[in-house]
Design a protein around this ligand. Sequence first.
Ligand code: SF4
Ligand code: SF4
Length: 299
Amino acid sequence: MPRPEIGKWGRRFPAQILSLVAFNGYFWRGGGKYLCLPVLNCYACPIGTVACPIGSLTAFALARRIPFYILGFLGLIGLAVGRAFCGWTCPFGFFQDLLYRIRSFKFRLPRAANALKYALLVVLALGLPLILAGGKRAGSEERITSEQSGALDYCSLVCPVGTLEGGVPVLAASAEVRAQASWRTWSKIGIAAAILGLAVVARRSFCRALCPLGALMALTSRVSVTQLHTEDKLCTRCMRCVKVCPTVARHLPFKEFRTEAGAECVLCLDCVRNCPEKGALSARFAGKTISVSEGKSRE
Ligand code: SF4
Ligand code: SF4
């Protein structure tokens, strides 16, 4: 496996800044809690402007109802652009991109780690809430809450976004809240710290191994109408696209081994932007080229 490299950020950087502002209620309050976009932004947190798909799916599992709207809407987005929201708009993805720029020892997580996020989606985001809840509370119209089911779900146990956006600011602001914090609160802070530390040394490690939303959207990557295309006659097999790929989605560029856009591809287009051969690598939407290597990155 070639050594990982950070390539040119290009237009992805301003897009990530814009989305950070758009999804953050500290800057504006858009009242978009009914909108479920494929970005991790804590649903319960007052500063989140849209609904978090994972928090919403868990709420549906607790209520034992089928989330037609969430699955249908995310499915349509996935079919159109795969995991592009992970690459271009998810604030936590952007945060990881920033952390990876800190000078330190770097390594790539093994590909086997990718499977962990599917287990987190099936077990913690959906399975346990579904088993432990039971729909409406007996004799009441109220739905069972995460706390009443034992809070054994992804949001309550793992999610670093909820911890950073909601938990840490509240704890930092109030000694009273700190005094009441349980071992679960501190364990979540420990998990968030470990995830942030891992993001410094292993690029987009959370997206690859621990994000249940990434797992959900990865199911659409291979069938999305937005795909990468390598022009075999122009590709020199220099491996630059493999080295700059943040999620180790880009495999060997040789035709017989190539996977143009596997489940881990977040359509960040770093590979296209950094390919040194003009026209060798492109991204296509429904067969139409939307981005093509310009050959300006030769080193
Ligand atoms: S960076 Fe471009 S030329 Fe180099 S291997 Fe990848 S597609 Fe081929
Ligand atoms: S294959 Fe290309 S577009 Fe996909 S994640 Fe890797 S660098 Fe980004």
